[in-house]
Design a protein around this ligand. Structure first.
Ligand code: SAH
Length: 265
């Protein structure tokens, strides 16, 4: 079938079966699994997932691709194709323990990740093709420029890893940026326990709001009393002149817990 790729939908297709096999391997697909594939495109990977999993739910926003997928894959009865925006799909209604595989446009990586994180208890793992720089930010540890809000937001609930770098030439049409396959194992419990999750994320966001400023200066924006902030730093032995990018998730948790107490006093 001829399909003219739609740039607006980030259509860059994979044809190399060796690479597709490595993606399905990375997702640890087992014969009993239900796999949700986001953005099946021309369906090369969809068919291959269908051969290895019990059931595939493929969500494709492009109506014309959906129609041809339904035709091409009609022989594989374990594949269901939905014409929908993956951001709106009711993942809540899928039975627990599904896996997600997605080679999706890079402008929706973060919204999709946050959408999926909301239903993380139901997900056994996510394997996503993402822009290499974004993958590096997601897996980053304290101490470098890649580490930030995105790293913490994802690592709070999961363990992400880069499985391999995918050369631009693997896609048709060739994208402008390099890609990386990211595998994310969701955690049953968040990595750390905090008293107030919303406040924890507020502290993280505020701390990174101006990367060159010290923690002390950034956190002034929370509107707490100066001595409360100073006491929290002192009791946790966190040097107020440090920058946000040097703090571990655990340290952010301790800091936010200590400041939560202060706000309640
Ligand atoms: N997975 C295929 C196609 C990758 S191209 C492959 O590897 O070859 C990205 C696909 O995501 C396209 O088919 C595009 O139409 C689809 N897509 C883009 N935005 C989407 C959205 N919001 N929801 C579901 N699918 C989307």
């Amino acid at each position: 079938m001829y399909h003219r790729p739609k740039k607006s939908l980030g259509q860059h297709f994979l044809f190399d079966k060796k690479i597709i096999d490595r993606i399905i391997d990375a997702a640890k697909v087992q014969p009993q699994d239900t796999v949700i594939e986001i953005g099946p495109g021309l369906g090369v990977m969809t068919r291959m997932i269908g051969e290895r999993a019990r059931k595939v739910i493929a969500i494709e926003i492009d109506k014309s691709l959906c129609d041809s997928l339904k035709r091409d894959l009609s022989g594989q009865t374990n594949i269901e194709i939905f014409n929908a925006d993956a951001l709106d799909y009711p993942y809540e209604s899928v039975e627990n323990g599904f896996k997600v595989i997605a080679n999706i446009p890079y402008n929706i990586t973060t919204p999709i990740l946050f959408r999926l994180m909301k239903v993380r208890e139901k997900i056994e793992g996510m394997t996503l093709m993402v822009q290499k720089e974004v993958a590096e930010r997601i897996i980053a540890h304290p101490g470098g420029k890649d580490y930030g809000i995105l790293s913490i937001a994802i690592q709070y609930y999961s363990v992400p890893e880069i499985v391999f770098i995918v050369p631009r030439g693997a896609f048709r049409p060739t994208p402008k940026v390099e890609s990386a396959l990211l595998h994310i194992e969701t955690l049953e419990m968040p990595k750390i326990k905090v008293k107030d999750e919303a406040f924890f994320f507020r502290v993280v966001k505020t701390s990174f709001s101006q990367r060159r400023k010290t923690l002390q200066n950034c956190l002034k924006q929370l509107g707490l009393k100066k001595e409360h902030l100073e006491r929290a730093f002192a009791s946790l032995h966190i040097e107020p002149k440090r920058r946000a990018e040097t703090l571990s998730i655990k340290e952010f948790g301790l800091l936010s817990d200590s400041l939560t107490e202060k706000t309640q006093n």
